[in-house]
Write a new protein. Structure first.
Length: 408
């Protein structure tokens, strides 16, 4: 058989669905958080056992890549193209409240972002593609990655040299969404998701008796003024066409007593941007506003930022391929009208390799996708049957890129 645009990946996805659901449920019931998810890794590797894959482990995480070298390229006397498909594996530190029979057994951990489905769909795609390995005109890298939820797992795996084992020419990832109709594929060219950083500030004043504020330097009103000034900066100095979000989520200070002013106040929040230029502007402004306002009131301040994920940038050619393949596997496709301000560490891969991430709707049957519990919610659930389409879409994207690259 020669693989081409008529390959029936839809049927292949359906054939894998039973195993994909079983693996997803096993992972869902046993969630792990962070860069080291050894039980999840073991489950994925067990499901891949016996397939013609080269396994290379990360040295700094529990992640791994599984490499499939197709036979079609070798017969043509070349290595052909290489494509990377990624699935993340880690859960969130939250208590599940779905009531599912396979709900988390591990207190304080839940797969509320769909990584259990991502891993299971990628395993299903690996099985389906391995069944046709002899005709594949190139190499596929299946990237099983922990530590997406704020732990920079993709960057660690890249620093470990795993992408150099078979340098990809393109990279693709799927992310489920319970707030999209089941089976719908949604993405866009350019920025898809924002950079994401954590911002901190500490204002150091001089505490004392609350009845004599004139003798003190009260850090709390200074902190409040800083919060308002940060919002004004975004409203008046950041272009609406290249937006930023800066949300202060915690303002803490005081001693707990009604008549005592404390020495310090602290701010904690998140900063999101859609370009590196605005990201740099916001970094500089945050430090300048925090320290400048504190100094104006006779206080001092410290401001620092924990750098997070870069902007997730989709290549327009990869997005066009998603639109084509979504139709080929029998589902709807829509262009996102605007980026989302969430963050995603697949951005590290897309910074080095052209490609794209797309969302796959998994709204449970009979539900209203607009009001379903969203990602990162303790009651988030999915329509598991849609994972067959996820498998098929992974396969179609890999096959078509290997066959003709980004060319239509």
């Amino acid at each position: 058989m020669t693989l081409d645009a008529t390959t029936d990946w839809t049927s292949a996805g359906e054939e894998q669905l039973g195993d994909v659901i079983a693996l997803r449920r096993a992972i869902h019931a046993d969630p792990e958080v962070g860069l080291h998810c050894p039980r999840t890794t073991d489950k994925a590797k067990a499901a891949l056992a016996g397939l013609p894959l080269e396994i290379h482990d990360s040295t700094s995480t529990s992640g791994f890549v599984a490499i499939l070298r197709g036979g079609g390229a070798a017969r043509a006397g070349s290595n052909g193209r290489t494509v990377l498909l990624r699935g993340d594996m880690d859960a969130l530190p939250m208590e599940e409240a779905t009531g599912l029979p396979f709900a988390s057994r591990n207190a304080g951990a839940m797969h509320a972002c769909g990584h259990d489905a991502h891993t299971a769909m990628l395993v299903g795609a690996a099985k389906a593609l391995c069944a046709r390995a002899d005709e594949l005109p190139g190499t596929i890298v299946f990237m099983f990655q922990p530590g997406e939820e704020g732990h920079h797992g993709a960057r660690f795996m890249m620093d470990d040299g795993l992408l150099a084992k078979a340098a990809p020419d393109a990279a693709f990832a799927l992310h489920i969404s319970p707030n999209m109709p089941a089976g719908m594929v949604l993405t866009r060219a350019g920025p898809l998701l924002a950079s994401a950083e954590t911002v901190h500030a500490r204002i150091i004043g001089r505490g004392g008796h609350a009845a004599m504020p004139h003798d003190l330097i009260d850090p709390l009103p200074i902190a409040c003024e800083i919060v308002l000034a940060l919002q004004s900066f975004i409203a008046r100095r950041i272009p609406v066409a290249d937006p930023a979000v800066l949300t202060i989520t915690t303002l803490s200070g005081g001693t707990g007593a009604h008549n005592i002013v404390g020495d310090t106040a602290e701010l904690l929040g998140t900063m999101r941007t859609l370009s590196e230029a605005t990201r740099a502007t916001m970094h500089a402004a945050f430090a300048r506003i925090v320290t400048g306002i504190a100094e104006a009131h006779g206080a001092t301040a410290e401001a620092w930022i924990d750098r997070g994920y870069p902007v997730t940038q989709n290549d327009a050619r990869a997005v066009a391929l998603y639109e084509e393949c979504a139709g080929a596997v029998g589902g709807g496709y829509a262009t996102m009208p605007a980026p989302m301000m969430g963050g995603e560490d697949f951005a590290y891969v897309l910074r080095e390799v052209p490609g794209a991430m797309a969302f796959l709707g998994v709204a449970p049957e009979g539900s209203d996708h607009r009001t379903n519990p969203p990602l990162h919610n303790v009651k988030m659930t999915i329509e598991e049957s849609v994972m067959a389409k996820g498998v098929a879409l992974h396969c179609a994207m890999a096959e078509r890129f290997l066959a003709r690259g980004f060319n239509a």
